[in-house]
Ligand binder design. Sequence first.
Ligand code: UDP
Length: 239
Amino acid sequence: MSLPPIKRVLLKLSGEVLMGDQQFGIDPAFVAALAGEVKAAKETGLEVCLVIGGGNIFRGMAGAAQGMDRAQADYMGMLATVMNALAMQNALEQLGVETRVQSAIQMDQVCEPVIRRRAERHLEKGRVVIFAAGVGAPYFTTDSGAALRAAEMKCDALLKGTSVDGVYDSDPKKNAAAVRFDTVSYDRVLADNLKVMDASAVALCRDNKIPIVVFSIREKGNLARVLAGEGVQTIVQDS
Ligand code: UDP
């Protein structure tokens, strides 16, 4: 099974990939390298939307586990995604790629609010649109934010660039015999609770028939390979 032709794509990057080899935060050199991959993808004629997580800085669940109010901690996580979005915007602009950041939490001094029609216009003008702050509500993740933006922007696919090279039948970090799927259905992902994205994100993609492509963004050139239908990846779509 392969992907349908892709004209507009939503690329979701986990916050942790911005850390590079650090344990925390943002590695500007690594963000610059990621920006180079995004630029190359755009130069193939694609329209590119980006969603970046915040896990390299703060996750609400981690705060809650240490006794914080969950919603308060989630808002901090959302703010972390805005910092990452600004770091990526900076890196892309240093490469000459025009971008706009749209945040689901209004922050007029640093970025635009999420306005779908305006985002459409940015894409038409060849800009990369970076959507920040997830869905703008606690108890969600940026995976759900990515699925939501992919649906409303009518993206042909949601590419999840992370630190693993696809979806496995069990955790490859714990089980050396874990097997990677080339393709797997949304329903199997949900029924077996496979670690791809959270269930609400997978269900939203299923209901809107948006294929999810899970791949490792840590390997140089992988985004281009995946977009060319090559390379190591798992495609989640209807069976
Ligand atoms: N978050 C939230 N609502 C959203 C998106 C994110 O509350 O719509 C918070 C949540 O606490 C989450 C944190 O922001 O843990 C960072 O996002 P995420 O964990 O999705 O980042 P990633 O794992 O992709 O780096």
